[in-house]
Design a protein around this ligand. Sequence first.
Ligand SMILES: Cc1ncc(COP(=O)(O)O)c(C=O)c1O
Length: 383
Amino acid sequence: MERRSKTLERVFPLSEEAIVELANEYGTPLFLVVGERVMRNYAAFQEFFPGIEIFYAVKANPHPLVVKTLANLGSSFDVASAQEIALVLEQGVAPQRMIFANTIKRREALRYAREKGVSLLTYDNEEELRKIRTVYPEAKLILRLKTPSLGSRIDLSYKFGADPEEAAMLLKLAKNLGLETVGLSFHVGSPCHNPENYLRSLEIVRTIIQEGDREGVKLTVVDIGGGFPLHTYYTEGAEASMEYMSERIYPLLRSFLAAGYRVIAEPGRSLIGNACLLVTKVIGKAVRSGRIWYYLDDGLYGTFSAIPFDKASFDFYPLRDSEEEKPCVLAGPTCDSLDVIAEGVKLPPLMLDDLVVVPNIGAYSIASATNFNGFERARVVLV
Ligand SMILES: Cc1ncc(COP(=O)(O)O)c(C=O)c1O
C-alpha cells in the first residue's frame, strides 16, 4: 500500500517532515498558505485567460498574508464591505484596483468607498440605485445579472442579480437618476464545473449590451465574476482545471476583448483553495455505539466552517500509516453536537496527538471561522 503521506505529497507541495516541523514550531491547528501555489494559480489564470483582469474575491480568504501575496503579484480585488476595503488598502493597494461587488451596500460603506476613492460598484435593483444616488452619485456602476448556475454547489443568482428582463429598465432608471452604468456582471455559482453557465451568461450579457445601446447607455465592462474550480496540478482529470474551462469559454471571451470590452473576473476559490493546508491534531478518542470517534483541535466552528457554509467536503491525511483502515467519525473540539466534521471516513487507527492533514482547504474556511467556546482559530503561516 502506498503511504498516505506520499499521496499527500502529490496533492500538496510539502513533505511530511516539513509539515511535522511546522506543527512543532507553531502548534496546531495550523493553517499553511503556500505562497508558491498562490503564485502558480495566479499565473495559471493569466495564462489560460489572457487579457482578463483579475480581481481576487477577498471573501474567499481575507487573511492579510493572502491579500498581500496577491497584491504583490499585481492582482486587483473584489471587496464586499467597508472592512474589506480597509483591509485591502492596508496592504498598499490603490482604490482603483478594487470593485465593490456587493449589490446591497450599507450607506456607511458607500460613504467610506467614496471617501477612499473606490469608484467601481455593482447594483442589481432600484432601491440600491436610489441609495447610490444620495451617497455616491459619481460612482461607476456595474449592473449584476441573474444568470444560470446549473450544477454549481452554491447558487449565486439566488440572492443576487437582476432578471435580464429588468435590465433595460434599470439601465434607463440609472441614466435618468444621473448615474453612469459602465458594465454588466454575473456569477455562475461556485464552484462551477459547467462551462455552459459562462457561455449562456455571456450571451445574456451580449443581449443586454444591445438593449443598453438602444437606451443610450454604452456598456464597456464585462465582469464574469468567479466560480472557477480549483486548478488541479496532479490529481483529478483535466476537467476540474482552469485549462478545461478556458478551452470552452475563452473563445467567446476573446471576442469581447477583440471588440474592445474591458473584461474582468473575480476569482476567489480558484486562486486560494488548493494553496492552503490545515494541520490539525487528534485531541480525544472514544468509542460510541460501536463507532470510533476522533476529536480534532479544529472543527465546524473553525476552519471546517467551509462544510456548513460552503457545503465543502475534504480528504483527510493522517500522518500515520497502517494496512488496516476503519470507518470513523471526525469531530471538532467544541461542546456542540453539531460539530461533527465527517462520518464514515476510513482511516488507520489513530492515537492522541497524531496529526491529520487536510489539503485544498484555502477557500471559505478561515474566512468564516469563529472563536466559539473560546477556541482559538487556526494560526496562519505563509510558507
Ligand atoms: C460577487 C462575487 N464575486 C466573486 C466571488 C468569488 O467566487 P469564487 O470563489 O467561486 O471564485 C463571489 C463568491 O461568493 C461573489 O459573491
